[in-house]
Design a protein around this ligand. Structure first.
Ligand SMILES: Cc1cc2nc3c(=O)[nH]c(=O)nc-3n(C[C@H](O)[C@H](O)[C@H](O)COP(=O)(O)OP(=O)(O)OC[C@H]3O[C@@H](n4cnc5c(N)ncnc54)[C@H](O)[C@@H]3O)c2cc1C
Length: 376
């Protein structure tokens, strides 16, 4: 493949572009800059020890994706892109009542098991009491103990996306704005059309997130990707205190994480059935702030600086969709990362770049192929 077009410049498309340009492929990315890019809204938690998924195919992808970051972050720095927000900050899974407290031991066993299997991003594990937890995260409310996962990490989705695109540009990436549609000849894909411009390509990669059903509909292919709205609040603390605060995770799936120097992110709604309704709702803001205050009452003193909205690309089986579209060997898709695309997406982009190049992929991908939802 000498010439590839990637539709979508979220984390997945940016990663596909980065990995292909590194191999000397001529790549053009196209993005519509739609409201609700998930990458621009995502929180950025990357914690293989804290994930609650029980799907083995999800968890082995998570483990491989974390390893990929161990390679990618220093590699991007070598490419002159060291601003990714990726940092090991630790995580406290917090119990807010006796019932949740009784579940901490089980979560500890799950994380220990993953660590014993060689999964990275876990490190030291310990059950800590209220006082020890508050020492790590002073804004905490009264809690009923917590599980501490020392090597959990977080990143800044916007920074990482920009770093991947910047590094890819240094390797020759060309970027275009607009809505890409597939260029078809005799039912086969030959490139994309952007406005009045035709871009011929040896392969096209759809990294179009929650919008992925649209371009495939042109081929009469129905792919079951739907948007799930997430609203997420950004707060500013009055002082520069947050740099070393760990991620706070809860059994209700709400969380709080911090970025230097004083930004606190409180997330997030999971609004199944939202469609592409790009609205900040009173109920959404109430939900995320209420959940944040119940776990970290000290955040009430913060300023509400922004609420972001993103559409997670959800697949029916909660696994990504990666690979060639059946019957179209020049058309690839990389989507369906749902609530975990900032953890998984960079690695998925690398795998799909390998598929485009016909290289062997470092993982058994059979569980993620698009063919599970469609036939040729
Ligand atoms: C509130 C929230 C919190 C989250 N928190 C986390 C987290 O803590 N950890 C984690 O791992 N994940 C998290 N996620 C999930 C993660 O953000 C997503 O799974 C991931 O960003 C999806 O990336 P993507 O590249 O597939 O899609 P997107 O980032 O949505 O990018 C798709 C791009 O395609 C473009 N596009 C669409 N159609 C076309 C077209 N026809 N032509 C050109 N361009 C097109 C769009 O404009 C968009 O820019 C969160 C998501 C949300 C919303």
């Amino acid at each position: 493949m000498r010439n590839v077009v990637v539709l979508g410049e979220g984390i997945v498309g940016a990663s596909v572009a980065y990995h292909l340009t590194r191999e000397g492929v001529r790549v053009t990315t196209v993005d519509t800059t739609r409201d609700g890019q998930a990458t621009a809204a995502g929180a950025g938690i990357v914690s293989p020890g804290g994930t609650t998924s029980v799907l083995p195919d999800f968890n082995r992808l998570m483990a491989a994706a974390f390893s990929h970051y161990q390679w990618l972050i220093p590699q991007l720095a070598e490419d002159g892109q060291s601003e990714t927000g990726f940092e090991t900050v630790g995580e406290l899974l917090v119990a807010l009542n006796n019932d949740e407290q009784s579940q901490l031991g089980e979560q500890l066993s799950v994380a220990e098991q993953r660590r014993a299997e060689g999964v990275g991003g876990i490190g030291e594990l310990s059950l800590v009491d209220d006082a020890a937890a508050r020492e790590m995260f002073p804004a905490l409310s009264t809690i009923h103990g917590a599980l501490y996962i020392a090597d959990a990490a977080r990143l800044d989705g916007r920074l990482l996306r920009n770093a991947l695109l910047g590094a890819a540009e240094a390797h020759g990436l060309e970027r275009k704005s607009g809505t890409g549609t597939l260029l078809l000849e005799n039912g086969k894909v030959h490139g994309v059309q952007v406005g009045g411009e035709r871009i011929d390509a040896d392969a096209v990669v759809l990294a179009t997130g929650a919008w992925s059903a649209e371009p495939l509909a042109e081929l009469g292919i129905d792919i079951p990707i739907v948007p799930q709205r997430g609203q997420i609040a950004h707060l500013s603390m009055p002082e520069q205190v947050t740099r070393h605060w760990p991620i706070i995770a809860t059994f209700q799936r709400h969380y709080v994480l911090t970025f230097p120097e004083n930004r606190v992110v409180a997330g997030a709604t999971r609004e199944t059935g939202s469609g592409f309704d790009y609205r900040l709702t009173a109920g959404g803001v109430h939900e995320v702030l209420g959940a944040a205050f119940s776990v970290a009452d000290g955040l009430r003193a913060a300023t509400l600086s922004e609420v972001r909205i993103g559409f997670r690309p959800m697949s029916p089986d909660n696994l990504p969709i990666l690979g060639a579209i059946p019957g179209h060997d020049r058309l690839f898709i990389a989507t369906g990362h749902g609530p975990a695309g900032l953890s998984l997406g960079a690695h998925s982009g690398a795998m799909v770049a390998d598929m485009v190049l016909g290289n062997e992929v470092d993982l058994d991908v059979s569980a993620y192929l698009p063919g599970r939802f469609m036939t040729a």
